[in-house]
Design a protein around this ligand. Structure first.
Ligand code: 3HC
Length: 697
């Protein structure tokens, strides 16, 4: 008898129960257990109907992702589903929680489906670089028609049970919360009514209506825009098309071929690394699981600018009241107007209701005095990057805030310990670095100062989860993980243009790699003045930061999208960067001024200099313990800077390229160009010497 799948009978219903925490994934033990339990049910002469139900928080949430890349152990899931579908006793699937991927495919292999109204179903394989490989692409269109199946399979989005009922994916929905009783009642009704087995494979009317449809070409054309660079969404379309054009068994064969192609694609490896890394970052090294958390039921924010406003929205969205403090009423009014406009835009797009707009706005209040922070649990300072101002603010917070309040800075580069030194409670001070636009970007880079208490570290990680961000805890250094690496890339990109590349050429290499935008389009979005101010601050503190053509842009008030001109120019109402001859002239003048004769620069050199300089820096970050694991860096880059998840993050990508390749190039640029940024990291050298990768750390 299987330990994870059991069989017992209740009246005339044979109950097959899966109990494989945490999410009842279809590992080998579950697959073989399902077959054995079905066999028992078929042999049990008292059982008229069979019911498949799961223990724990959810129905089967998919294939066991940890088994991917290893040799397949029989029975495979399509085989198991084949046996279920061919059962001559009706089999009912009872769904609670989430029936995802192989889980929904298992339910589709059954003859009837009941779901709790709170349940969700979906085929999210595409998010892992795959397609549904256990009949999902063949059975779902037979229930919903090709268009809806294509929508679900190419986006991987879930559908709630009431919608699934309308679409014909489930047969009935139960409003209660006891899936076993609901499933038994439904199975009994099937037995009582003598309903026959009903195999999805035999349903043909929906797909008959799709014959000759141009919906497949329509989806392919859409994906050319939406899924640029991705492999599996296109294969998903091919597979669903096969459901419409081929008989079931041949369609299943085609699905398998396409599934294997996706499985063999490097994108699958990158996306699955991203899936686990996103979950792994919440388990912080050295922080006990039972570290006590502080309550965060109210939040104060300093600054109603783009950042402060965006941060406030995150808290209001989850029902936490926020007070924003500004110096002047006009700044407060302007900030509130932008927040309202953002919410109203979301309502126009149907993402929230108009009532929600008002509910959320009502949770945000404004004040011109720090006294408003007397009782709040967490204050986040979001003023511009200037150490003296930040220290003054933290001194005031120390005087006003209650004991135990967490004092956080949204600084993107500055020293958290120095900020904390302005208070008498450095253990309560921490960095909470949000990414612009703060109400959209999923990363929250939480920065521990040398004195930050464990309680505060654990609480800010919990806050990240509460406001639906991916929190990564990193150490304190200039720029932390993300911006420290970004600034190396930015400096290299600027230097490449100094030497002869065009901004467009550099950006194209980066977008070809899969970034949504290049270095310079991003600078225009963030504001040219941001980088300029940081460079000036560093120059003022005595650092040797070379001059660049970008300083000239800032000095000429070409500040990026907000002034309709930066590295690119912009047209009214559009964010599309347009190359600008005026910038070419600024660059040419700068080269002349500096006595640089431009040379041709290859795309390969751009790729290596922009990316390898970052990876070398990433290795130094690991060496110094600023990031605990390579995957922390990967998550920062995927969720904060749009690094393509299908490449798994910069450090995972480096492992795939081979660290020896990276080190050779870093050493070459160190010889040719010099500079600290190209000094090979000791860790990188050690890993190469030991034949290891970042993943081995
Ligand atoms: N395989 C193995 N482990 C899985 C898993 C899976 N399919 N799904 C989740 N887990 C693990 C997570 O890694 C995590 O482990 P941890 O506690 O050790 O970190 C644990 O289960 C809980 O997961 P979450 O933290 O994500 O819990 P949530 O409650 O937030 O979310 C979920 C639950 C919605 C089920 C979410 O985990 C999820 O989306 N899982 C992936 C679902 C999926 O993609 N299924 C398709 C798989 S591919 C497939 O089925 C191929 C088939 O077509 C042949």
């Amino acid at each position: 008898m299987s330990e994870v799948v059991t069989y017992n009978r209740e009246g005339t219903v044979g109950v097959i129960t899966v109990d494989y925490p945490p999410v009842n994934a279809l590992g080998h033990a579950v697959r073989s257990g399902l077959l054995a339990a079905l066999e028992q049910g078929l042999k049990d002469s008292e059982a008229k109907v069979l019911l498949l139900v799961c223990e724990g928080r959810t129905f089967i949430a998919g294939a066991d992702i940890r088994e991917f890349g290893k040799p397949i152990q029989e029975p495979s899931l399509p085989e198991v589903m084949n046996v279920f579908e061919n059962s001559d006793k009706p089999v009912v699937a009872a769904i609670h929680g989430t029936a995802l991927g192989g889980g929904l495919e298992t339910a589709l292999g059954c003859h009837y489906r009941i779901a709790l109204s709170s349940a969700k179903v979906g085929l999210p394989e595409v998010k892992l670089g795959l397609l549904p490989g256990a009949g999902g692409t063949q059975r779902l269109p037979r229930l919903t028609g090709a268009r809806k199946a294509l929508e679900m399979i190419t986006t991987g989005e879930f559908v709630g049970a009431p919608e699934a009922l309308k679409l014909g994916i489930v047969d009935t929905v139960d409003e209660g919360d006891d899936i076993k009783s609901a499933g038994l009642a439904f199975a009994n009704s099937i037995a009582d009514e003598g309903k026959p087995v009903r195999r999805v494979r035999d349903l043909t009317d929906k797909i008959a209506a799709d014959q000759g449809s141009d919906v497949f070409d329509e989806f392919r054309a859409q994906l050319e825009k939406k899924a640029r660079g991705l492999f599996s969404p296109f294969k998903c379309v091919d597979a669903v098309e096969a459901a419409v054009t081929l008989p079931f068994d041949e369609g299943m064969k085609r699905e398998r071929e396409l599934f294997v192609q996706c499985m063999d694609s490097p994108q699958r490896g990158g996306l699955i690394h991203s899936f686990f890394a996103e979950r792994e970052v919440s388990k912080v090294k050295g922080l006990a699981k039972d570290t006590p958390l502080r309550d965060v039921n109210s939040v104060g924010i300093i600054g109603a600018g783009t950042m402060g406003g965006g941060i406030a929205m995150n808290f209001a969205n989850v029902g936490i009241p926020v007070t924003i403090v500004e110096v002047k009423q006009e700044a407060l009014d302007k900030g509130f107007a932008i927040i309202r406009k953002n919410y109203e835009n979301s309502a126009k797009k149907g993402r929230i209701t108009t009532e929600q707009v008002e509910e959320r706005m009502a949770l945000i209040s404004g004040s011109l005095s720090y006294d408003a922070f007397k009782d709040v649990d967490l204050v986040i300072e979001a003023v511009f990057e200037n150490m003296a101002i930040k220290k003054e603010i933290f001194g005031q917070l120390d005087a006003v805030c209650k004991p135990g309040a967490i004092l956080a800075s949204n600084t993107s580069t500055l020293d958290i310990d120095e900020i904390a030194s302005a208070t008498k409670r450095p253990e309560d001070v921490v960095g909470m670095h949000f990414f612009s636009p703060a109400n959209v970007m999923k990363l929250l880079e939480n920065v521990r100062g040398s004195k930050t208490s464990d309680e505060v570290k654990a609480t800010v990680m919990a806050v990240a989860k509460k406001i639906k961000k991916v929190g990564v805890l990193v150490g304190n250094c200039y720029g932390f993980v993300g911006n420290r690496m970004l600034h190396k890339r930015g400096a290299e990109a600027m230097a490449l243009v100094n030497e002869g590349a065009t901004p467009q050429q550099v950006d194209k290499v980066l977008t070809d790699l899969g970034y949504p935008m290049g270095q310079f389009a991003m600078s225009d979005l963030a504001g040219i003045d941001v980088g300029y101010r940081i460079r000036q601050e560093r120059r003022n503190s005595g650092e040797d930061v070379p001059l660049s053509w970008m300083d000239k842009l800032a000095e000429q008030d070409r500040l990026g999208q907000k002034t309709m001109a930066g590295v690119y120019r912009y047209e009214e109402g559009s964010r599309k960067p347009i190359p600008d001859p005026a910038v070419d002239a600024i660059i040419a003048d700068f080269r002349k001024e500096q006595g640089i004769s431009p040379r041709d620069i290859t795309d390969q050199e751009i790729l290596e200099r922009c990316m390898f300089v970052m990876i070398n820096e990433g290795a130094k970050i690991l060496e110094e313990g600023v990031a605990d694991r390579a995957l922390d860096i990967d998550v920062v880059w995927i969720f904060g800077y749009g690094f393509p998840a299908y490449r798994g993050g910069p450090m995972f990508w480096a492992d795939q390229l081979g660290l020896d390749t990276i080190l050779n190039a870093v050493e070459k640029y160190h010889d040719d160009i010099g500079g600290d940024q190209w000094k090979p990291s000791a860790l990188l050298k050690r890993l190469v010497a030991e034949g290891k990768s970042f993943a081995d750390l």
